[in-house]
Design a protein around this ligand. Structure first.
Ligand code: PLP
Length: 453
């Protein structure tokens, strides 16, 4: 009998992360200081990040050792299974071979603890006692709460107000792992108090919550800030996903023709794809990389490639990325993890180099694909990876037309057990398909910092 789950043993959890910076055909543009707009040095980042992560952020070393205590924690759920979606292939009646890496098996339910655990470890090692962060849908907040709990660190989460009200169970989950959660904007920071004074009903945004978490970190002793996506070190920590997948494809005697993932900040897709991107850059292997985003928040497909701040208050570093502007207020779509205004500089750089492609989708067809997948495979995906599922489905259906036996792989970045409200709306036929207006993209351009090239 052929295998459905391709499993590795604990011993095969990677011992090193892969750093794509060592193999980029052209180096990444510099990160700039939020006020001077000059290239950032380690000292500029020291108030918010521990030194080990600052070093990783700019490292050109190809392989970075994973500390043993981090691998020990990874054992709680890693290695994750690579599935062959045999039942879904049959349901779609496609000759394609569809594979998915299931990151939803972690305790918080997504890929995010792959970096949260590493970040908690380094902060603990450098003597910090407390971490602050933002969370939108709650996935990142729960991952960091989980990680801080394991390394005996306090954790304060600024949760975007609208999600705080809509997703009370994510909040309970963070509480179970010992974190303190406040809705953002909050009365706990100067920036939050200012926004609340202007508008007590402010529903918040990720950009605002980041500003609050950064302010909290720089104004409290023993406290650093932690970011769940976008920056280079986070993408690197996520490469455990792709490194495992590589071994698993070897075991299956296959190699992907197409690799698909959803992009919010870009970390899960990068983690899945980058070890294979290396094969494309270094060995010239022929793989199509497709990154998928919502039409409601189309950073890569609609946003200009320009320097911008990562947060609304303009306190964090300035990076070159596809952006909808740091004042972007997301429309109310359900893939909460895909509502960030910017995108990982590494993903944008690879897109500019023509190594990866990007597409944008409406949420109703995305949910339809998620239901098709769930009815065949059983797993209910989060709305974010459902974007990848829709593209995988379209590719598989194309193979049905052409008779090609392509190997299609996607990253299932998380399960959807906390997103059933969104499924309810889909089933009731009341999910809006919202397209981000071109005029707003033009408006955002005016707010970008003036930086020479
Ligand atoms: C946060 C999240 C995402 C989006 O973030 P990336 O950094 O782009 O990976 C995608 N899927 C799930 C399940 C998430 O929790």
């Amino acid at each position: 009998m052929e295998e459905t789950k391709i499993l590795l043993s604990e011993k095969e959890i990677p011992t090193q992360w892969y750093n794509i910076q060592a193999d980029l055909p052209k180096p990444l543009p510099a990160t700039l200081h939020p006020i001077t707009l000059q290239p950032c040095g380690p000292d500029d980042l020291a108030p918010i990040f521990p030194m080990a992560l600052i070093v990783q952020e700019v490292s050109q070393e190809r392989w970075i050792d994973i500390p043993e205590p981090v691998r020990e924690v990874y054992k709680l759920w890693r290695p994750t299974p690579l599935y062959r979606a045999r039942r879904w292939e049959e349901a779609l009646d496609t000759p394609a071979h569809i594979y998915y890496k299931h990151e939803g098996v972690s305790p918080p339910g997504s890929h995010k603890p792959n970096t949260a655990v590493a970040q908690a470890f380094y902060n603990k090692e450098e003597g910090q006692t407390r971490l602050t962060t933002e969370t939108g849908a709650g996935q990142w907040g729960s991952a960091l709460s989980f990680a801080c709990n394991l390394f005996d660190l306090e954790c304060k989460v600024y949760m975007v107000r609208v999600s705080y009200d809509q997703k009370p169970f994510r909040k309970s989950m963070m509480q179970a792992w010992g974190a303190e959660i406040v809705p953002s904007p909050s009365p706990d920071t100067n920036y939050g108090r200012q926004l609340l004074a202007e508008n007590p009903e402010c529903t918040g945004s990720l950009g605002i919550a980041i500003s609050e978490a950064v302010e909290d970190a720089v104004t409290h002793d023993g406290t650093k800030y932690s970011l769940g996506s976008v920056v280079n070190h986070v993408l690197m920590h996520q490469t455990v996903v792709g490194l495992e997948a590589k071994k698993q494809f070897e075991m299956a005697g296959e190699y992907p023709d197409v690799m698909i993932g959803c992009i919010g900040g870009g970390s899960n897709y990068a983690g899945f794809a980058l070890p294979f991107v290396r094969d494309k850059i270094v060995e010239g292997r022929d793989i199509r990389f497709i990154a998928v985003e919502p039409i409601a928040c189309p950073s890569v497909t609609k946003g200009p490639y320009a320097y911008d701040w990562g947060d609304t208050a303009k306190t964090g570093p300035v990076v070159k990325m596809h952006t909808l502007g740091h004042n972007f207020v997301p429309p109310p779509i359900h893939a909460g993890g895909l509502r960030y205004h910017g995108m990982a500089p590494i993903i944008c750089h690879l897109y500019q180099l023509g190594i990866i492609e990007a597409v944008a989708l409406h949420q109703n067809p995305v949910f339809a694909a998620a239901v098709s997948f769930a009815s065949a495979e059983g797993i209910i995906p989060a709305p974010e990876p459902a974007h990848a599922i829709k593209v995988a489905m379209d590719e598989a259906l194309k193979c049905k037309e052409t008779g090609e036996e392509k190997v299609i792989a996607f990253n299932l970045s998380g399960h959807g057990h906390f997103d059933m409200g969104a499924y309810d709306q889909y089933f009731a036929g009341v999910l809006p398909d919202y397209e981000y207006p071109e005029a707003k993209v033009q408006e955002a351009l005016k707010e970008l910092p003036e930086v020479g090239d």
